[in-house]
Write a protein that binds this ligand. Structure first.
Ligand SMILES: C[S@@+](CC[C@H](N)C(=O)[O-])C[C@H]1O[C@@H](n2cnc3c(N)ncnc32)[C@H](O)[C@@H]1O
Length: 172
């Protein structure tokens, strides 16, 4: 039965970022108050030995990538979590919390350049050493829906502002 199946993933790379502690990293890669995109933190992602350069052939033309990763430093999960911007607890699957039933994260990051098997990135909310499980190109016509409703997040934005969140205001 499907609910008894377990899946094992082998990281395709490790992310090197300037953030070593959870409190240091932004809550979303592209949402840092007072920061222009050119100032976002830079990071590198080197492909593991078991993957060759052909796997990232043609990636260089994409400006943004989806990183699918393991929240490897999360300690367990909760059904309801308190969002950093305040308000009541929310169902974990209605949030972007790292404390998820399967500790999988998803971030859209900027691809600065490709150098051999190393991707140079900008705008990350991942901790140093985060195992990357997959990379997919960000395709604006398929992936962007800027007018979509965002439920309780829209309500919080209306109350406290989109960029209000405790934590770092500027990457180091
Ligand atoms: C709110 S989550 C959002 C991550 C991703 N953009 C998403 O939506 O899945 C971002 C926070 O996760 C935490 N984090 C990042 N990398 C992590 C890791 N490898 N293990 C545990 N927590 C991590 C940091 O505290 C960061 O501020």
């Amino acid at each position: 039965m499907i609910h008894e199946q377990h899946f094992t993933y082998r990281p395709i790379g490790l992310l090197r970022s300037p953030y070593s502690r959870r409190i240091d990293a932004p809550h979303q890669s592209t949402v840092v108050a007072g920061t222009q995109s050119g100032d976002f933190a830079t990071a590198t992602l080197e492909l593991q030995d078991w993957l060759d350069e052909k796997t990232i052939q043609d990636l260089g033309g994409f400006q943004r990538l989806w990183l699918i990763f393991a929240f490897h430093l999360s300690e367990g999960w909760k059904s309801n979590v308190k969002p950093p911007r305040g308000g009541p607890k929310r169902g974990v699957l209605a949030t972007r919390s790292p404390h998820r039933p399967n500790s999988i994260g998803l971030s859209a990051v900027e691809l600065v350049r490709v150098e051999g098997k190393t991707l140079h990135l900008r705008g990350v909310d991942l901790l140093d050493g985060t195992p990357i499980l997959d990379i997919k190109p960000y395709v604006p016509y398929a992936d962007a829906f800027p007018e979509s409703k965002a439920g309780w997040i829209d309500e919080m934005d209306a109350k406290v502002g989109r960029y209000f969140a405790p934590g770092p205001r500027k990457p180091r």
